[in-house]
Write a protein that binds this ligand. Structure first.
Ligand code: DOR
Ligand code: ZN
Ligand code: ZN
Length: 400
């Protein structure tokens, strides 16, 4: 196929290494998301591959489910797919086997509970898991004890509110310190997902040899208290959006090399569940479709260079998880390209969002810099805002 890229920039295919497409290979959740709608949002947003989290139904925690999900990708996904294998109290000694299944990018551990019921929170179990297998292990590192303390305080009528939650830096920082200590004890590399506090960025800067660091577009672009005043429950996620001090620290960590990759943590929920009061409100925001135009806008504003964007959104995720053939424009790699127009101006709107939940926290945000084409292994799957042909997504291959 020919592609006229005159006046455009051709970037190595953007990877979103943190999505919740809600589909364990059996069809997702109606009105929320499945692999087809989630991946449609990806390619409309210029994203060529997405790595999907295991808190699906069925959960991606065993060989049978992960194999079925791997087989399901062909014919159901517009973009290429990597899968996280979820840790449970029952598979702690099998992570070496699970992480080497085809299409699996890493083990994912919820060390603090979030959407779904995956949880491995005690040091002993995490350490046991870290002694099986050798690949990098990805963590939602919020501290479960601290989360339970909050819950108990709320049930006693105590100070539970959005403000109480987003000010609780120690919940994330304590979890990240604990995971780092276990990584050091076991020599096993870890990756802290969605790092959200100045304290963690400073700490992780000193532990880069073994522990990697992901930051989310949401934590770079929105902060408390105004995000909650503007969006209410549509600003609620785990870990929470925090105040400007932390947002500034996230940008400093992007600039100084502490951050290895950017993700969206695309986590769709139905409107009804976002419009509940704390703490019943569902945590999670959509993001796979909007991450590239939002970050290109920051390039245009001079917040980061286009090269740094490529390092964080393509090369970084490929390197962190050992994706084969992705992340760099070199001979032999897959012909995955995100073709962008740095001058194009457009406003993000809910009605553009392919996610079945139909909303974005960035509704009404004007962006300068838009994806024009999404090319996956040489196939033009999106051009000028329209998908073309059939879903050609395949499972990504990872180095074992
Ligand atoms: O806000 C979140 N939503 N944080 C998570 O850890 C999970 C995610 C979801 O699956 O909804
Ligand atoms: Zn998480
Ligand atoms: Zn997540």
């Amino acid at each position: 196929e020919s592609f006229n890229a005159k006046g455009l920039h051709v970037l190595p295919g953007v990877i979103d290494p943190h999505v919740h497409f809600r589909d364990g290979g059996k069809g997702g959740i109606e009105g929320v998301e499945d692999m087809r709608s989630g991946s449609l949002g990806a390619v409309l947003g210029g994203v060529t591959a997405a790595f999907d989290m295991p808190n699906t139904n069925p959960a991606g925690v065993d060989v049978a489910t992960l194999q079925a999900k791997h087989d399901y990708v062909a014919g159901h996904s517009w973009c290429d797919i990597g899968m996280f294998a979820g840790a449970t109290m029952d598979n702690l000694d099998e992570t070496g086997m699970l992480e080497s299944l085809p299409g699996v990018c890493a083990m994912k551990v919820f060390a603090g509970s979030s959407t779904g019921n995956l949880l491995v929170s005690d040091d002993e179990s995490i350490e046991r898991l870290m002694r099986s297998g050798r690949r990098r292990v990805a963590f939602h590192s919020e501290d479960e004890e601290r989360l339970q303390e909050r819950k108990a305080a709320f049930e006693k009528g105590g100070p539970y509110s959005d403000h109480y939650v987003w000010r609780d830096v120690e919940c994330a920082f304590k979890g990240t310190r604990r995971i780092t200590a276990i990584a050091e004890r076991t020599g096993r590399p870890a990756h802290i997902l969605h790092v959200s506090t100045a304290e963690e960025f400073e700490f992780l800067k000193a532990h880069k040899d073994l522990v990697g660091c992901e930051v989310l577009v949401n934590h770079l672009l929105q902060c408390a208290p105004d995000v909650y005043e503007r969006l209410g429950g549509y600003g609620v996620m785990n870990p929470p959006l925090r105040d400007k001090r932390h947002m500034d620290a996230a940008w400093a960590a992007v600039a100084d090399g502490t951050v290895d990759n950017i993700g969206s943590d695309h986590a769709p929920h139905p409107r009804a569940n976002k419009e509940k009061p704390w703490p019943a409100v569902a945590a999670g925001l959509t993001g796979v479709q909007t991450m590239l135009p939002l970050m290109l806008t920051k390039v245009n504003e001079g917040r980061l260079s286009l090269l740094r964007l490529v390092q964080l959104m393509s090369e970084g995720p490929a390197r962190v998880y050992g994706a084969v053939g992705k992340g760099r424009l070199v001979a032999g790699n897959d012909a995955d390209f995100s073709v962008v127009d740095l001058q194009a101006k457009r406003t993000i709107e809910n009605n553009w969002i392919a996610s079945q939940c139909g909303w974005t926290p960035f509704d009404g945000v004007a962006c300068t810099g838009w994806p024009v084409g999404t090319i996956i292994r040489g196939n033009v799957v999106m051009y000028e805002g329209q998908v073309t042909g059939e879903p050609v997504g395949r499972s990504v291959r990872f180095r074992s």
